[in-house]
Design a protein around this ligand. Structure first.
Ligand SMILES: [Zn+2]
Length: 281
């Protein structure tokens, strides 16, 4: 945790706990700190006010200077950084900090991320691309919170949330995840939201950003591994990679996305060993 008030970065570093240390089952990941709140709660920090409250721009957790300082300290210490940023103003602030950190200490494959990365201004797409910053978005937010986005943002802004298709086409290596425990760890609403771009109430959320089933699985497997520098070891069904495999009772490629939501896992293989079988559960 790299937040200003609860920063354990120096302590962790003094114990040798830097990004990448560990083994296949438990490993030190990136440094996270909060720059804003959440869209659903009306606290994600935007450059324009919320539709339902013209005085509300969300909650800004850090100044630019504080963000620069936290970022530079973690960057210098060799950590991957994954700050929480959802609103466009928070995302721009993080990118400003990354530009300064990379200017001081270039490291082209560090793969700093932006955790969530809900709404960004178009110009920030080019900045993410230039610095190879990974948008680590949560399709589950569309599913569970999409209806609420309409309440606080009206009908237009929800269409521009989490542009997974654009990120993928631009080569940003977007990953998909659930943000558990914020939402259920069930991967099915996540897959559903990437392909259907709908909330659990059926509200569409930027349908042009819908992914194919193959693309959605790619984000959830290869790109998720890429986001933690692990794409050479896991994320694909090829010789030499860890055999972490789940077999489902549903062919995702031949059904409507609604059927993903009721798919059941039949077999789970972990590192080549069968660790779960539905018929033996
Ligand atoms: Zn977060």
């Amino acid at each position: 945790m790299g937040d200003l008030e609860r920063n354990i970065l120096g302590y962790a570093q003094s114990k040798g706990l830097v990004t990448g240390v560990g083994d296949d089952m438990f490993r030190i990941g990136p440094v996270k700190f909060f720059t804003d709140g959440s869209a659903g709660a009306g606290t994600a920090w935007f450059s324009i006010p919320y539709e339902n409250d013209a005085s509300n721009y969300g909650v800004r957790c850090l100044t630019q200077e504080q963000t620069d300082e936290l970022t530079l300290a973690a960057h210098r210490a060799g950590y991957q950084i994954a700050p929480h940023a959802i609103g466009d103003a928070a995302i721009s602030m993080v990118l400003n900090a990354y530009e300064k950190a990379y200017a001081e200490l270039p490291d082209p494959d560090r793969r700093h991320r932006i955790e969530h990365c809900g709404w960004h201004v178009p110009e920030d797409l080019a900045r993410m691309k230039a610095m190879k910053v990974i948008p680590a978005g949560q399709p589950t937010f569309l599913y569970y919170f999409g209806e609420g986005y309409y309440t606080i943002f009206g009908s237009e802004r929800p269409q521009h949330c989490y542009p997974f298709k654009t990120w993928l086409e631009e080569g940003l290596h977007p990953s998909a995840s659930t943000d558990c425990p914020v939402t259920s760890p069930d991967p099915m609403p996540c897959l559903y939201a990437m392909v259907a771009r709908k909330s659990d109430t059926g509200k569409p959320l930027g349908t042009p950003q819908a992914l194919s089933v193959a693309e959605a699985l790619h984000l959830y497997t290869y790109e998720a591994a890429y986001g933690v520098h692990d794409e050479e070891r896991k994320g694909r069904l090829i010789p030499g990679q860890l055999a972490d495999i789940a077999v489902f009772d549903t062919d995702f490629f031949s059904v409507e996305p609604e059927a993903f939501l009721t798919a059941k896992c039949l077999i789970t293989v972990l590192g080549g060993e069968v660790v779960y079988r539905a018929d033996m559960a």
